[in-house]
Write a protein that binds this ligand. Structure first.
Ligand SMILES: Cc1cc2nc3c(=O)[nH]c(=O)nc-3n(C[C@H](O)[C@H](O)[C@H](O)COP(=O)(O)O)c2cc1C
Length: 203
């Protein structure tokens, strides 16, 4: 089915679809021209895999928001459960985790260690993005994931998203986290954009 042509039979539907595509183009690295929409086709099998780990709740809330944005076009899995077959079955990835000691969290790193060689050379060119929860920084975790993704020859298709939870002393760091509605909205948008872009094959 052509996404913008066959589904958008009426002017209202067509407008809504184009608006959605424009939102994707705002979040992701694609040069969207309305004319292109006529060539894009929905592929319901093209699924986003959202891999997450969280210690005090922020990354979990961010992954859930991204999943809500992606709706049925995503599968959500805790990093500790993700196996090479899950990565092979997905068409693109969103990695969501906290920065701990200037690194990605241990459970997320263990997922990469477990899966790196079994999928090496088999997922090249697929799109990915990251969403990091951090007390004050987050770039260490994000750069580590980028280096691993470069090894896999994945393509970053959205700007890095870092949510700063302002947790900087022991009490704040150990406390359960609440993510602001604005930051959750950014995660929701990212999930929607990635999942729709993957399903349309625009990356
Ligand atoms: C052991 C530990 C180390 C941390 N190290 C960093 C750090 O290096 N940089 C940073 O910005 N935040 C650091 N933080 C703060 C967390 O990134 C922050 O609390 C984040 O919101 C946690 O996300 P989560 O709720 O998903 O676990 C650290 C937290 C813990 C528990």
């Amino acid at each position: 089915m052509r996404y913008a042509e066959d589904m958008g039979q009426c002017a209202g539907c067509h407008g809504a679809i184009l608006a959605r595509l424009r939102r994707i183009a705002n979040v992701c690295r694609i040069d969207f021209q309305p004319e292109q929409a006529k060539r894009w086709r929905m592929d319901p099998a093209g699924k986003l895999l959202i891999v997450w780990h969280s210690r005090t709740g922020a990354s979990r809330a961010m992954a859930e928001a991204a999943a809500a944005g992606a709706a049925t076009a995503a599968r959500v899995a805790g990093a500790e459960h993700v196996m090479p077959a899950d990565l092979l079955a997905a068409a693109g990835y969103l990695f969501v985790c906290p920065e701990n000691l200037a690194s990605m969290s241990g459970a997320m790193k263990e997922m990469f260690d477990r899966c790196y060689y079994p999928v090496l050379g088999r997922i090249e060119g697929r799109p990915y993005a990251t969403a990091i929860a951090a007390g004050s920084d987050g770039e260490g975790a994000q750069h580590q994931i980028d280096r691993i993704a470069t090894g896999w020859r994945l393509r970053r298709v959205a700007e890095p998203l870092i949510v700063c939870t302002q947790a900087q002393d022991m009490a704040a760091i150990l406390a359960p986290k609440t993510v602001t509605p604005e930051d959750l909205a950014r995660c929701r948008e990212l999930g929607e954009a990635l999942a729709t872009g993957i399903a349309l094959g625009v990356f």
